[in-house]
Design a binder for this molecule. Structure first.
Ligand code: GCU
Length: 663
């Protein structure tokens, strides 16, 4: 009721259907409200401050957020924005401290600092903190905190499960959807500072003048929110749309074409971020088509952009001719090129060596290219984790990779500090943006981790759930652990013990471990699990593909011995007999079935946990989540039963004692 009184009907409806994301600012209650009322600040710029659109956004957001939280109109205190320089050229480092009894100061070098500081303060207030006790001193851990949209010009989204693309290229540049501003607000609130607007499988039309004009409209709208736009660029564009006979990166005509294209883009968008490139992977054109290396291709584009922008070159490659072990190919192609990439090139590496699986060990390229800027690529959209239907909170997945020690003097997070993190966006035009309400948490978590990979998954889950749903302690106590265990549940019922890539061909939804007849070996699930009457798993030790040798010896040693290693990635590295004794004392077969059952049981517990939250959540969102959890309960059983039945058809073993019967 309070919510309805405090917000206009339109806003209230949007909050309930999930449109407001973490910017809901539901009215405070009790002590937190009393403290805010005592403080009741006006927002003011420090004397002598230069005005600018980014500072105006910071002010407007503070005012809007404070009013929504319940601050009365009469002012007793002040929030002072002390960010002298206009624009957003700095990194956004900010400090927030109380200055006397009635004033809070947000300070930093330029307007970007106040933008991020304003949202950080609102987050603290939305969590119910005492305003005058807020003391923050923060800076981003890495320069690029990016979303990669796999959105196509026709409005479809590759691996998108939240409706159509949010980019309405048809009506742009004349009409800019208001949603794009709300999108920018949500991103600024979590520190996202770069967005690639189109699919990495890119047609060249995005480089044509008609699209540059449209992109300019978006770039202008997002600039006050500190977001720079990037384009996925098709490497063969000089041939496709430039009328040239070649796209060879060493050809002078090709180099001139890209330089002229870059100049044309910068004339329209002076702070254009640069190009994101998928080359020589999955049929995309690239420098290898001309006998040139990834470095030749990336450096040619870097020369075209000059110091104005960045080339982000993806390391996700695998060749059609090498069927030894797909997991080894990126390292094999890229590591020998270390030191050959220009300073303005960043090589973007997926979190694991295969492809965004529910669980993979970290990619061996992290730490292995000390003379190259690297970037971490995670997938926010859940291509292999049940789309937007299954609830899986992904912060623990990314943390597992980011916190991993590379054995080369730091963690994976340390290895990307000079580059950044890019997340494949899960955003579409669905009313709640992401398809499932809890998928919003993955967008949120990705931004928060790119800002500070040291945050814990629990902290991120708690702050997201409190801002998005409610601050009630009992609610958070139930829902935060539910979120934290959700990804492991998916691992357990889909790909336990280090299995991977067992999903149905192309769409990647649902089990298909039996598929083995596709023309390229690595398209087949059987390539990954290698199950036969004798055992299961992919031998990546010296007796197999030896992918293990791509890790430094101290890291490889942890995974070499199946008796002592972390069993969560056991079958990623080893092919073992079905009667292999696992550390639980169970046979491998019994342990596998135990984990499938554990995953199904975990989803049942999640559904029961959610069911008990009816009193804490508005009816619409409660029902949406409850409905999706019912699907997940059914499909966890589908995954378990289909997988177990298939393994039985291979190993001829009965169900282990105590295993749940098929549903
Ligand atoms: C996966 C995904 C593709 C995508 C590719 C990529 O293979 O299924 O849709 O294009 O990753 O990251 O380039």
């Amino acid at each position: 009721m309070l919510l309805l009184l405090a917000l206009s009907p339109v806003q209230a409806a949007r909050a309930e259907d999930g449109y407001a994301l973490w910017l809901r600012y539901a009215p405070l209650k009790g002590e937190a409200l009393a403290r805010l009322r005592t403080f009741a600040p006006r927002v003011e710029a420090a004397p002598g401050t230069v005005e600018g659109p980014m500072l105006a956004v910071a002010e407007a957001e503070l005012k809007r957020g404070l009013a929504s939280l319940g601050a009365p109109a009469q002012t007793k205190g002040a929030i002072r924005l002390d960010c002298p320089r206009a624009g957003g050229g700095g990194d956004g480092a900010f400090r927030i401290h109380a200055d006397g009894k009635r004033r809070l100061v947000i300070a930093g070098a330029d307007h970007r600092a106040c933008l991020y500081g304003a949202f950080a303060l609102l987050r603290e207030l939305a969590l119910g903190r005492d305003p005058l006790a807020v003391a923050l001193d923060e800076h981003p851990a890495m320069p690029l905190r990016m979303l990669d949209h796999w959105d196509n010009a026709d409005g479809s989204v590759e691996r998108g499960y939240a409706g159509r693309s949010i980019f309405d290229w048809w009506r742009l540049p004349d009409h800019l959807d208001r949603r794009l501003i709300d999108y920018a607000r949500a991103n600024a609130a979590i520190g996202i500072d770069a967005v690639a607007v189109n699919n990495v499988n890119a047609p060249a039309i995005f480089l044509e003048p008609r699209f540059i004009a449209r992109l300019k409209r978006i770039a202008d709208a997002w600039r006050p929110y500190g977001i720079r736009v990037f384009l996925s660029a098709r490497f063969s564009a000089p041939r496709d749309i430039g009328g040239l006979a070649t796209a060879d990166p060493l050809d002078p005509g090709v180099r001139r074409w890209w330089k002229a294209k870059a100049d044309e883009i910068y004339a329209a968008i002076p702070d254009f971020g640069g190009f994101l490139v998928k080359a020589n992977s999955e049929g995309q054109p690239g420098p290898q088509d001309y006998g040139r290396s990834h470095a030749d291709g990336a450096n040619m584009l870097a020369a075209a952009l000059g110091p104005r922008g960045t080339v982000i070159w993806r390391a996700f490659v695998y060749s059609a001719d090498d069927d030894s072990d797909r997991a080894k190919q990126a390292y094999a192609e890229f590591v020998p090129l270390d030191g050959r990439f220009a300073d303005t090139v960043i090589v973007q590496v997926k979190n694991g060596p295969v492809d965004f699986q529910p669980r993979e060990p970290f990619h061996p390229m992290f730490g292995a290219m000390p003379k190259t800027r690297l970037m971490f690529e995670g997938q926010i959209t859940k291509e292999y984790l049940g789309f937007s239907t299954h609830l899986a909170f992904l912060a623990p997945l990314w943390k597992e990779a980011l916190d991993a020690g590379t054995g080369r003097g730091g963690t994976v997070a340390d290895a990307v500090r000079g580059g950044g993190m890019a997340g494949v966006a899960n955003i579409g035009s669905d009313r709640n943006w992401t398809g499932g309400h809890f998928d919003q948490a993955n967008w949120y978590a990705f931004g928060r981790l790119a800002w500070n990979p040291g945050l814990t998954s629990a902290d991120i889950a708690r702050e997201w759930a409190a801002q998005t749903f409610g601050r009630d302690a009992a609610f958070l106590k139930a829902v935060v652990p539910m979120m934290l265990g959700s990804r492991q549940a998916v691992v357990d019922y889909m790909t336990p013990l280090g299995l991977a890539h067992l999903m149905g061909t192309n769409h990647h939804y649902g089990p298909a471990p039996w598929v083995c007849d596709l023309p390229r070996p690595e398209w087949n699930p059987c390539y990954y699990h290698r199950a036969d009457a004798g055992g299961i798993g992919f031998d990546r030790t010296a007796s197999g593909s030896d992918a293990l040798a791509q890790y430094v010896p101290s890291v490889a040693a942890k995974w070499r011995d199946p008796k002592t290693m972390d069993e969560d990635v056991l079958l990623w590295f080893h092919h073992l007999p079905w009667d292999w004794r696992t550390r639980s004392g169970r046979s491998l077969w019994a342990e596998l079935v135990h984990r499938y059952d554990r995953g199904v049981a975990a989803v049942d517990t999640m559904a029961a946990t959610w069911d008990a939250q009816r009193a804490h959540v508005d009816a619409e969102r409660f029902a949406d989540v409850a409905g999706d959890l019912r699907v997940q309960q059914r499909e966890a059983r589908w995954w378990r039963d289909a997988s177990v039945a298939y393994w039985q058809s291979v190993n001829g073993l009965p169900l282990p004692e105590g295993a749940a019967p098929p549903a």
